[in-house]
Design a protein around this ligand. Structure first.
Ligand code: AP5
Ligand code: ZN
Length: 216
């Protein structure tokens, strides 16, 4: 199963992706996670990405397409994948179509998590992430049992540097001007499924699973 997750920053793509990959046993490919890892390691890719990520801007298409192309060729993607946060521009979507055509594959589902802009700021500024396993929490909406400690692995929780009010504003503007036009691109291909991302986290997960299992 080849799945794309779309939606504005803070819509819940990462939260739902963690759960859906457990259910469908496909690798979770997040371009945002890949950039953050490269930034932490200080690789040339990380240094390049940092110029953009730290400002809330999209990383150039050629850089982003390159990492996805390389990742999709890994053996664990043979049975499918879940792409989270890619594509984010029409040019990335066209590049993905070419990559998949060259592999004789195609996209099965494009899930768009719909959340009103007014909710996104609170979701992002309250988000906390585990330093060890990458699990996502929220100080109010999905709080860990013990403050600042991951329920799953006991790791320390941190706040992303682009989750400040100012950077969230830039990220939302980037989404509206460059990524939102992709919804028509996939809708025209008959692949787009809108999911209400404002419901409880568990409800959103079951809505996505029942759609992908052909039950709704
Ligand atoms: P990326 O890491 O992809 O960030 P994003 O798209 O801005 O998305 P987020 O990770 O912020 O949000 P999410 O939808 O995953 O929400 P989450 O589940 O965490 O990208 C970061 C940067 O990398 C970009 O700005 C860009 O610079 C670069 N980049 C990445 N991909 C790129 C590309 N393709 N091209 C160019 N540049 C690229 O949820 C948010 C919070 O809400 C959490 O605290 C969660 O607990 C809570 N929450 C989730 N669901 C619910 C719910 N149903 N109810 C209540 N709370 C909820
Ligand atoms: Zn953890």
């Amino acid at each position: 199963m080849n799945i794309l997750f779309m939606g504005p920053p803070g819509a819940g793509k990462g939260t739902q992706a963690e759960r859906i990959v457990d259910e469908f046993k496909v690798p979770h490919i997040s371009t945002g996670d890949a950039f953050r890892l490269a930034m932490k390691q200080g690789t040339p890719l990380g240094q390049k990405a940092k110029e953009y990520v730290d400002q809330g801007l999209l990383v150039p298409d050629d850089v982003t397409n390159g990492i996805v192309r390389e990742r999709l060729l890994q053996p664990d993607c043979e049975q499918g994948f879940l792409l989270d946060g890619f594509p984010r521009t029409i040019s990335q979507a066209e590049a993905l179509d070419e990559m998949l055509a060259a592999m004789n594959r195609s996209i099965d589902h494009v899930i768009n998590l719909k959340v009103d802009r007014s909710l996104l700021l609170a979701r992002l500024t309250g988000r906390r992430i585990c330093k060890s396993c990458g699990s996502t929490y929220h100080v109010l909406f999905n709080a860990p049992a013990k403050d600042s400690v991951c329920d799953k692995c006991g790791g320390e929780l941190y706040q992303r540097s682009d989750d400040t009010e100012e950077k969230v504003g830039t990220r939302l503007d980037e989404y509206i001007s460059k990524t939102a036009p992709l919804l028509a691109y996939y809708s025209d291909k008959g692949l787009l499924r809108e999911v209400d991302g404002e419901k409880e986290i568990d409800t959103v997960t079951s809505d996505i699973i029942s759609y992908m299992r052909g039950l709704s």
